[in-house]
Design a protein. Structure first.
Length: 255
């Protein structure tokens, strides 16, 4: 009888371990399915929204948010936030301030919920905070200071993050001269393009930003009346990103 009870206990433990392994494998497979090529999928869906509507982009954001709520996996939260960032841009281009602001706030709420934030999380939080200035200009100084705080946290956690230097360069590019803007645009954007897209081994790590760094750098050189540098960096950018819309538009100006 004791032997039978012991055998049953061993069987129960084995069954539980088997079910645990199956659940883990299924979860990993679900994650791979949902996040495979997610960065490109989000951007492609964003572009397609202008030919259709925002429903697919919104559905993707909600699906990623649901996955985050169920699994508490930071990758889901990051990419859900990234999707809401593009949803905000979409509504901004459609001149729908209310919906743009709502999408932005949803992204902020998600990224803030991630525990033990990484450099990538803080850069995204800085970008969303920067966007808030478009909808609440009366708080521009306070929001700018908050975004700067997030940027410094991102830099402290990882000094080799391309996206941190991209944000610092873009932020300075758009900052009015009377508020000290334009002083470190070139320095930060050149630093950005000198770094790898990512130093992470994770297949879900973000790699975006290099094309934006080249485009903003070209815009800066054009604004500063440095056409030769603008031509050089536009050509370099297009060699890497021949189909990039902004770089192709800028090419018309540098010829």
């Amino acid at each position: 009888m004791k032997k039978s009870k012991k055998t049953m206990n061993q069987f129960s433990i084995t069954l539980l371990l088997f079910l645990l392994v199956c659940t883990t494998v299924a979860t990993a497979q679900d994650k791979t399915t949902l996040l495979s090529g997610i960065q490109a999928r989000i951007y492609d869906t964003f572009e397609a929204s202008f030919k259709e509507d925002e429903s697919k982009l919104k559905a993707l954001a909600q699906k990623l948010t649901t996955a985050w709520q169920a699994e508490q996996d930071r990758d889901y939260a990051y990419w859900a936030t990234y999707t809401y960032y593009y949803l905000c841009l979409y509504h901004g281009k459609r001149q729908n301030k209310e919906k743009a602001e709502a999408a932005n706030q949803q992204g902020v709420k998600l990224i803030k919920a991630i525990p033990q934030k990484t450099s990538e999380d803080y850069v995204m939080l800085a970008k969303l905070t920067g966007l808030e200035m478009m909808y609440d200009q009366g708080q521009a100084i306070a929001l700018s200071a908050r975004a700067e705080k997030y940027t410094q946290k991102a830099l402290k956690l990882n000094e080799q993050n391309l996206r941190t230097y991209l944000y610092m360069g873009q932020s300075d590019f758009y900052r009015p001269v009377e508020y000290g803007g334009g002083k470190v645009v070139e320095k930060n954007l050149l630093k950005a393009i000198s770094l790898k897209d990512t130093y992470s081994d994770s297949p879900y790590a973000p790699t975006w930003g290099r094309n934006e760094a080249y485009a903003t750098l070209v815009q800066y050189y054009l604004r500063e009346d440095q056409p030769e540098k603008a031509r050089v960096y536009c050509a370099k950018g297009l060699k890497l990103f021949p189909n990039d819309y902004m770089l192709n538009e800028l090419q018309k100006k540098v010829k």
